[in-house]
Design a protein around this ligand. Structure first.
Ligand code: GLN
Length: 276
């Protein structure tokens, strides 16, 4: 079959399943099966596709129709202008999280030490290290599977990040940082069943933040001061209704507490400086 016919077939299949961008997804998946950039397909729509590539394409289409995220099928996602490998062991980096990256960079002193807690794919740690060559960046995660991906992503983007495995601050005893950044799991028990089918294919341990969604904030806010230098900053991604709760948690030990919005205007980041 031709490229054009296969894209049409995919588009119809995915449209039937109410996917949001059936044509674009089909183009990306066929490009993946053919190991060529998507734009190549559009330049030669009448080319015949080998049987082997056709089979591969159909298996990718079936998985997409079953709501596997496109990024897991392609194996990559872009964040902060860099490309990251993603697998079902890590949360897919979101454009929303670029706000967190910017707000951390704003307060990072020269030669500053940064910690990315719950690093997942390593996107935040890698983006910060890439933007600020003077920064000394560490990252931690509970998941060894995630850390393997994060290590690969730091290396493929040519930055140095020191990785630690363990539960939040547990592997970081005695270490202090100028900026701690974290996008912890923050979905509440009530919201977990309401997630899009695609998001439900992402690791639950990267999403579920306890019954009220605030478990990780309570622990991070309590333990962070011991791991922050004087004038050190804590920068947290939050769910769009969580700003008042997280700001209240921070009120005792932090000052200059502020909330920032993502590109769609939703509350997305809370940041504060450790009180002296
Ligand atoms: N932003 C993610 C979502 O919307 C949640 C990420 C998280 O829990 N840290 O599904």
């Amino acid at each position: 079959m031709t490229i054009r016919a296969l894209i049409r077939e995919g588009e119809m299949l995915l449209a039937q399943k109410q996917m949001l961008s059936p044509k674009l997804d089909s183009e990306y998946l066929l490009a993946e099966a053919l190991h060529v950039p998507r734009l190549n397909l559009l330049l030669s729509p009448m080319d015949e596709v080998s049987e082997e590539a056709e089979k591969h394409y159909r298996s990718l289409l079936t998985r997409r129709a079953n709501h596997e995220p496109l990024q897991y099928l392609l194996g990559t996602e872009d964040f902060f202008g860099l490309t990251f490998r993603v697998t079902p062991h890590v949360l897919i980096p979101r454009a929303d999280t670029e706000t967190l990256c910017e707000k951390a960079l704003e307060v990072l002193p020269e030669n500053g030490r940064v910690l990315d807690l719950c690093t997942g794919s390593g996107a935040l740690a890698t983006a910060i290290a890439h933007t600020r060559k003077d920064a000394r960046v560490s990252a931690s995660d509970l998941s060894t599977d995630a850390l393997m991906i994060a290590q690969e992503n730091a290396a493929s983007n040519h930055v140095h990040v020191t990785f630690y495995q363990g539960d939040l601050f547990e592997p970081l005893a005695g270490l202090a940082f100028d900026v701690i950044v974290s996008n912890p799991p923050y979905i509440s028990g009530k919201d977990m069943p309401l997630l899009q089918p695609e998001v439900k294919k992402e690791p639950e341990m990267a999403l579920y933040g306890g019954e009220d969604g605030l478990d990780f904030y309570r622990r991070i806010v309590q333990e962070a001061p011991q791991h922050l230098s004087e004038n050190g900053w804590l920068c947290l991604e939050i769910g769009d209704t969580q700003a008042p709760d997280v700001m209240a948690l921070m009120a005792e030990d932090f000052e200059m507490i502020a909330c920032f919005q993502d590109l769609s205007g939703r509350d997305r980041v809370v940041r504060g400086r450790r009180k002296k």
